[in-house]
Design a protein around this ligand. Structure first.
Ligand code: ME8
Length: 507
């Protein structure tokens, strides 16, 4: 049985959800939906990161208690997942009791294994990044990320990260697929090779965090708390728990490149130190900018995903985000690029194919899936292209090559449009020759079968549009397995409705 555990970062509750959050969550959702349709056992996790100084400060600015504030904001993130139709199995909040218990259990494991000691931290800290920085990393008084830093001295527990330099390098050498894309992997390796210092993992300056049971003056550093959510969701600390046994370490951690270091250095080290296996796959995607500029509240150019969905529709937004840039690279959002994709890929290529074929059948072929007669070479070739998608798309998904997944489907859509133009079912219809009427039905059958394949494979990307096409085709079984059985003739079609209207650029 194929098993896939897919995670997004849990998002900080210091503001409303934005395009970046929506991006990672949709990518995770596309993977989760794909693997479910492929028959795998899937768990898809997302949620909110609710502790730490950054969230506590945001609550203070809002004039609310951290509890009130996080309850309110977490709801917005949960609503966001509904709005984008994310199909998470678990929405984790780090303020939940089960999560406190899991984080404390992991802490105890590390403590018992001699991986934690008490000392004093003296160094730089950036609240915006919730990260410690060495003197050598400070650039013109700021963190390398541009975040303001403050000098901090406090009593702190440390994790013996330095002891895990070699084991981490060995692990990544033996498992070259563990970090993707490859450029990011190299960055992580050179960071580790540069030398790892022990990591401060507790704070005493504030109380909004998971308490350390053996020393209640301390709360956990928000990153050790947050990363643990990935196993809380599997029922840790009850390691014998079924979910943990099933899903760990068969995980794909998705995240933006900004937080790769936490996932690829600290997290596997914590796990190995606690006697648990490191994650199988860590995928860092790129960064979205808006009209060429970094999105930021102060520039006032943050793309509001809710507005985008209200303007262009959910399916179009989901498709655009997956199709526009190679997963793993940076990209730029602009309304013009969105409109261009909708009009060319969705309205012209896919929308027209479906609309012209299904309306033609509805009007000229008894509104039911036609019976094919003898298949010619070009028919077989067309059908084979659709059938090959099965293996090709699986490889794409194994590699999290989400853009390539779209491209491969659209190649078949392009072939199908060329096939319609070449076979000209409308001319066959007008012909007096009864052989041409038979040939027309074969051509329409082939096209309907290709459309069924396409509709089934776009379900992870555009669940609503796919389902409307499959409704029109009157298909019940929508799993990939269903494609192993040839399309049945004689099934009545529903009256075709346009699926992807064109968008005018004044939107
Ligand atoms: O880092 N482009 O939370 P966060 C693409 N709580 N993706 C973007 C983006 C952009 N412009 N902006 C944000 C945290 N993201 C921690 C994570 S996990 C144990 C703890 C996405 O609210 C991207 O996935 O700052 C990035 O990694 C994440 O939002 C950061 O969300």
């Amino acid at each position: 049985m194929t098993v896939r555990y897919i995670t997004t970062p849990i998002y900080y509750l210091n503001g409303e959800p934005h395009l970046g959050h929506v991006y990672t969550t949709i990518a995770g959702d596309v993977l989760a939906r794909y693997w479910r349709l492929a028959g795998a056992e899937v768990k898809f996790l997302t949620g909110t990161d609710e502790h730490g100084q950054k969230v506590a400060q945001a609550a203070e600015v809002a004039g609310e208690s951290p509890k009130e504030y996080t309850d309110k904001l977490s709801k917005l993130f949960l609503e966001m997942t509904k709005k984008i139709k994310a199909s998470q199995d678990v929405f984790m909040r780090t303020t939940e009791t089960r999560h406190h218990e899991a984080a404390q259990a992991l802490w105890k494991k590390l403590e018992d294994a001699g991986q934690i000691y008490k000392s004093t931290y003296a160094g730089w800290y950036a609240v915006r990044d919730e990260a410690y920085y060495d003197e050598g990393e400070i650039v013109e008084g700021k963190a390398p990320t541009g975040a303001p830093v403050e000098w901090m001295e406090e009593s702190s527990y440390f994790f013996r990260l330095s002891a895990w330099e070699r084991p981490l390098l060995d692990y990544y050498e033996a498992n070259p697929q563990a970090i993707a894309p490859v450029g990011r992997r190299n960055e992580v390796l050179s960071f580790i090779k540069g030398g790892l210092r022990d990591l401060s993992i507790s704070r005493t300056k504030f109380t909004w965090g998971v308490p350390i049971l053996s020393d209640p003056e301390h709360v956990m550093y928000v990153w050790i708390d947050a990363l643990t959510n990935y196993i809380t969701a599997l029922g840790y600390s009850k390691v014998e728990g079924e979910a943990f046994q099933t899903f760990w370490p068969e995980v794909i951690h998705l995240m933006g490149k900004d937080i790769l270091r936490f996932h690829a250095v600290y997290w596997p080290a914590f796990l190995m130190a606690a006697g648990l296996r490191p994650p199988k796959r860590i995928f860092a995607h790129g960064w979205w900018t808006h009209d060429g500029e970094k999105m930021s509240k102060s520039l006032g150019n943050v793309v509001d995903p809710f507005k985008l969905i209200d303007t262009f529709g959910l399916d179009s937004v989901r498709y655009f985000l997956m199709r526009e840039i190679p997963f793993g690279q940076d990209g730029d959002y602009s309304d013009a690029a969105m409109i261009q994709r909708i009009n060319s890929d969705l309205a012209n290529d896919l929308g027209n194919l479906v609309q012209r074929v299904l309306s033609f059948i509805y009007k000229n072929a008894e509104a039911q899936i036609p019976h094919p007669d003898q298949l010619l070479g070009e028919d077989r070739e067309m059908l084979a292209k659709a059938a090959h998608l099965h293996d090709i798309l699986r490889d794409d998904m194994e590699a999290q090559a989400l853009q390539v997944y779209c491209q491969h489907i659209w190649e078949v859509i392009g072939d199908a449009n060329r096939y319609v133009d070449a076979q000209k079912p409308w001319s066959l219809k007008k012909s007096e020759n009864p052989q041409d009427q038979i040939r027309m039905k074969t051509v329409l059958y082939v096209l309907t079968e290709v459309i069924r394949h396409v509709a089934i494979y776009i379900q992870p990307l555009m669940p609503d549009a796919a389902s409307r096409i499959l409704d029109q085709l009157n298909q019940e079984d929508r799993s990939f397995e269903a494609l192993k059985i040839p399309l049945k003739s004689g099934v009545s079609l529903m009256e075709p409705q346009p699926i992807f209207p064109r968008v005018e650029s004044d939107k």
